[in-house]
Design a protein. Sequence first.
Length: 458
Amino acid sequence: MRSMWIAASIASALLAGAAVGSLRSHADEGDRSVSLRQAIDEGRARNIILFIGDGMGDSEITAARNYAVGAAGRLAMDALPLTGAYTTYAVREMDPDVPNYVTDSAASGTAWATGHKTSNGRISTGARTGEDLRTILEIARDRGMRTGDVTTAELTDATPAVLAAHVLSRDCQGPEDMEACPHDRKSAGGKGSIAEQILAHDVDVLMGGGAARFDQQRMEDGRSAVQEALARGYRVIGGASGLPLATPDRKLLGLFNAGNMTTEWTGLEALPYPSNVGRPQVCKEDNRPPGEPSLAEMTAKAIELLDRPSGPGFFLQVEGASIDKQDHNANPCGQIGETVAFDRAIKIGMDFARAHRDTLLIVTADHGHTSQIVPTPNDVDHPTGVLSVLLTHDQAPMTLAYATNGYHRSMQHTGTQLRIAAMGPQAANVVGITDQTDVFRLMMRAIDGTPGPQSSIR
């Protein structure tokens, strides 16, 4: 039955995850009061699925919608019944009472994973104090829930790492990368690199990139992290063809690329004006090699492995990582393709949540990013950064501008509030303006009936 569900879910996502929406307004479909009341569930959740679109601000969502389904179309994530916004700032390392208005993925991930603000670069450790901050995955595991961590980045990157590691710096990904974290070395009494700590947490399902980090031969006993994974009972696979071999009775470590996984789409980079103003580009949608599974396939497989008919449920985080990475690169096709692929994965989760009403599903992002939809530029008025014009589903030109850094410099994050949307038990608590730390308390309330340890958001 589970194999049938996974196949049906993937097919549904591919057909409908970025399906063409009808060219009409969705604002006048009638009174939604009844459906909104029906969406409010004050009960507890057996399962939690947390979707993180890295760098996926409102502009990134809108660009993907315009390109893939048209301005009046709707993505799968747009159908979530309860929506709000949350604030995203980090804090200063030497003075945690002072905000740092632009967060990185490490500090933002620590916020929703632990309920505490920290400084940029830290992985689930306190600013200035360095204390380990208990994460939602650790709490779920200790309650007997199965756990999963899926990403299109390296598994040791900041967003997946915040769930199952505690280090001073996000750079300490593998055993050979510990220069910035001397006190976290096992020889110094620490817990080791991010790769080592993730395995020590016995996370049931781990899928993403980062094979090179796990192959480093620098653990304290001379072994690699992959050898440690095998010793801990993991089934280790390195390609999409290995997914059918994974079974619920054995933990899974899927490493599908030496570094970050390959983007779904590719196209021309954004350039200084005039760029391609007179020649709107159409993205190439076949960039991912067949040996790498899609995020939708990984999501469906993770749910299949984690779900069980009785007993405690599961916690699963799914990250669409390269929305951010392609924003940094000012690559509009890469960015949009990753957003569409992320939306297809969300569709998998939503289908499961609709069939399992005791599942809390949350979709949000970690920080804002640079891309903006701007008017068609001309010789008099045009962005001072870089830009690209794309031909959308509407057969209309859409100009994306990137201007938070110079040409061929990594574009920077922004400090804006972000969309958060949800369905299932306790989902109504995303409505209004909240903070990233409140996501932790929302998830605690959903699985435990309490908001968990209280902390100031500063």
